[in-house]
Structure formats: C-alpha cells, structure tokens
Write a protein that binds this ligand. Structure first.
Ligand SMILES: NC(=O)C1=CN([C@@H]2O[C@H](COP(=O)(O)OP(=O)(O)OC[C@H]3O[C@@H](n4cnc5c(N)ncnc54)[C@H](O)[C@@H]3O)[C@@H](O)[C@H]2O)C=CC1
Ligand SMILES: NCC(=O)COP(=O)(O)O
Length: 333
C-alpha cells in the first residue's frame, strides 16, 4: 500500500493565530498524520488559553513518523527565546520562527517528510530583529537556491499567480523584465501540468497599467515586455493569452475559459482571490524542489488566543500539499 503523504506544519509567528489553527488540527481525522514544528511550551499554553482538550506529544528526530491519532498532535520542539503572549510580538522570538523553517527544510532533505505547510509569520517583526525578510516564498527560494519561484493562490476554482511578490509598488514596474516574466510563465505552465494535472493549461496574463496600457498611451510595459513574452510562448504552443486589462480580466466570462491568471503584482491579484475565497484558499510556492503550501491569511494578532481563529485555510493547505505529493508520486517523481 502507498503510504499517505507525511506533512510538516510550521507554527509560524507564536503571537499570532498560527498556534491556534495548528491546535485545531487535533479535532480532525488527518489521514497521514502531521508533525508540528514550533515551541511546545507555547502550544501547551495556547491550548490551555483556548480550553482545547488535546494531547501534545514531543517528537524527536530519529523517532518514527507519528501515526495519526484522534486528539493527539506531535511536535518537534523549537524553543522560543522568550515566553509568548498572544497578540504581542517579540523580536527576540524571530530567530526561533525562522529556525522552524530551517528544521523543516532539513527534515525534507533527509526524506523524513514529504511536504511543508506553513502557518503565517509576521514579516515586520523578523525585520525588527535585524533579519532581512520579505516572506516564506523568498526565504525558501534562497534556501533551495531556486530564484525563479512563483507564488500561486488557489481557492474555490480560481487560481491566481503573481509575476512579482513582496515588492514595494514603486519598484514593481522595474521588477517586470522579459527574462523574469518568461521564467514565471514557464514555471506556472509546467507546474499546472505536473502538480495540478492540467494537460493543456490556459493562462490569462494581466496587463500592468490601466487598460493594459491603452495602446502605449498609459504605460509601455505591455508593448515592450508583456506582449512580446506572451507572443514568444504562444509560438511554442503554450495556451497563454493577454495582456488583458486587469479590471475586466476577473470577470466570469473570461475566467470560464482559463485555468489560471497571472497578475503582475501582489495587490492586483490577491484582493480578488481573497474576496472570492478567503478562509479556504491556499498559497502554493511553485518552482521549489520541495512541496510547500500555506494558509491564505496572516498572523491576525487581533484574534490570537481568543478562540475566533478560523482554521479552514490550513486544512485546505494540508489537502493541497498531499494532493501535489500524490500527483508527483503518480508521475514517478
Ligand atoms: N503566509 C504568511 O506567512 C502570511 C503572513 N502574513 C503576515 O501577517 C501579518 C498580518 O497581516 P494582515 O494584512 O493584517 O492580514 P491578516 O490575514 O493577518 O488579517 C486580516 C484580517 O482578517 C482577520 N483574519 C485573518 N485570518 C483569520 C482567521 N484565520 N480567522 C479569523 N480571522 C482572521 C484578522 O483578524 C484581520 O482582521 C503581516 O505581517 C503579513 O506579512 C500575511 C499573509 C500571509
Ligand atoms: N499575501 C501572501 C503572503 O504574504 C504570503 O507570503 P509568504 O510568507 O507565503 O511568502
């Protein structure tokens, strides 16, 4: 019998809702079992705060993969520098947050687990700790030596990928290059085929400027970069079209005939996706040698420890990670 995918879950920023939604996993029958990576003391204390009845068991490297058991979660302990209070960020704990990602990478490389699912981190507090950091996506890309990763969010049948990720708006136009955009589209097209089992993916590419540049009168990126890249890839037979004006691209008639949209920047694509599917969408990093998915939400400091955190996106992120692992196995990967 083929074993179920083994999933690592990093707990994320301890002051946020990462611990809350991770602890909620104990309520669900998880086929493969999961291994949490985070501070065991913080998780125990959050479970008490939330009044959750569950058992948290210490797991150590060398132990067998934890069998799924109702009401039990296994934890690889990565201690925080200081005790954590829900809703209160502490820069002293930032190195431990990143250490959970490093541990996960180590376990994946050692073949102990099949995929990584991440709960949210708080990007600014990591920077406050003096560590330059823009997101998991970029951190994992660097750890894997794969600069050409792509962020894709999927939810309720909509898939939105980004040509640029965590870049200030003032730098977006300069970050869209012929070479970079071609790499992004090739990665997106390949991964839709390989990991999402779409035989001939159809991708709609958004313009950058209003009205996709209005024939060059409202910006030239469409003419000089986006359209030439699309033309070159179409000539190879890839089902890619655009540049489409972003304001009308996300309408049902156009989306009906598409498998994914490539937006040019974070806040062009993600508000639409989150309006459509917040709470049940999943963030997938394409182009890494490892499988990594994540939740659609942030640290939600205002609801941490209150019992109001909703864990639907984490459950979906586990499902999507497991599905990708199965697809890769089926393809012999
Ligand atoms: N994958 C990751 O590590 C991500 C991290 N972030 C980080 O999170 C931090 C806060 O980001 P925000 O923009 O404030 O977004 P946010 O998603 O943390 O919060 C936005 C609003 O939605 C609510 N909310 C979010 N998720 C919820 C859930 N599961 N259940 C109930 N309510 C929920 C919050 O209470 C808040 O009112 C930032 O530092 C950001 O960088 C944001 C997105 C993803
Ligand atoms: N808005 C999505 C987001 O910020 C996720 O970033 P990452 O930490 O997954 O790179």
């Amino acid at each position: 019998m083929i074993p179920e995918p083994r999933l690592l879950v990093t707990v994320g920023e301890p002051a946020g809702i990462g611990p809350d939604v991770c602890l909620q996993l104990a309520r669900h029958a998880l086929p493969s079992g999961v291994l949490l990576i985070g501070d065991l003391r913080c998780l125990r204390s959050r479970a008490l705060t939330l009044g959750l009845a569950l058992r948290l068991e210490l797991w150590q490297e060398g132990d067998p993969w934890p069998a799924p058991l109702d009401g039990v979660l296994h934890v690889l302990d990565v201690p925080l520098a200081r005790p954590c209070r829900p809703g209160h960020l502490d820069a002293a704990n930032a190195p431990a947050v990143l250490a959970t990602l490093d541990k996960a990478m180590h376990l994946l490389r050692a073949g102990v687990a099949d995929a990584l699912v991440t709960a949210p981190v708080h990007k600014s507090i990591i920077n406050d700790a003096g560590i330059p950091f823009t997101g998991h996506t970029e951190y994992l890309a660097e750890a894997c030596g794969c600069p050409e990763v792509v962020m894709l969010l999927v939810g309720r049948g909509l898939r939105v990928a980004l040509a640029t990720t965590h870049v200030p708006l003032s730098q977006v136009a300069a970050a869209i290059t012929l070479e970079g955009l071609e790499g992004t589209l090739r990665t997106l097209h390949r991964v839709l085929r390989e990991d999402f089992a779409l035989l001939a993916p159809r991708i709609l590419v958004a313009g950058l400027n209003p009205h996709a540049g209005e024939d060059g009168y409202l910006g030239r990126e469409e003419r000089e970069i986006i359209a030439p890249v699309i033309a070159a890839l179409r000539a190879e037979g890839l089902g890619i079209s655009g540049p489409w004006p972003a304001d009308t691209l996300f309408t049902p008639r156009l989306l009906e005939d598409a498998d994914a949209v490539l937006a040019m920047y974070h806040d062009q694509g993600l508000p639409v996706l989150k309006y459509h599917a917040f709470g049940e969408a999943v963030n997938v990093t394409l182009g890494l040698p490892i499988v990594r998915t994540s939740v659609d939400h942030g640290t939600a400091l205002d609801v941490a420890g209150t019992g109001r955190a909703e864990g639907g996106s984490l459950l979906r992120a586990l499902d999507v990670a497991a599905e990708i692992v199965r697809n890769r196995r089926a393809a012999g990967g």
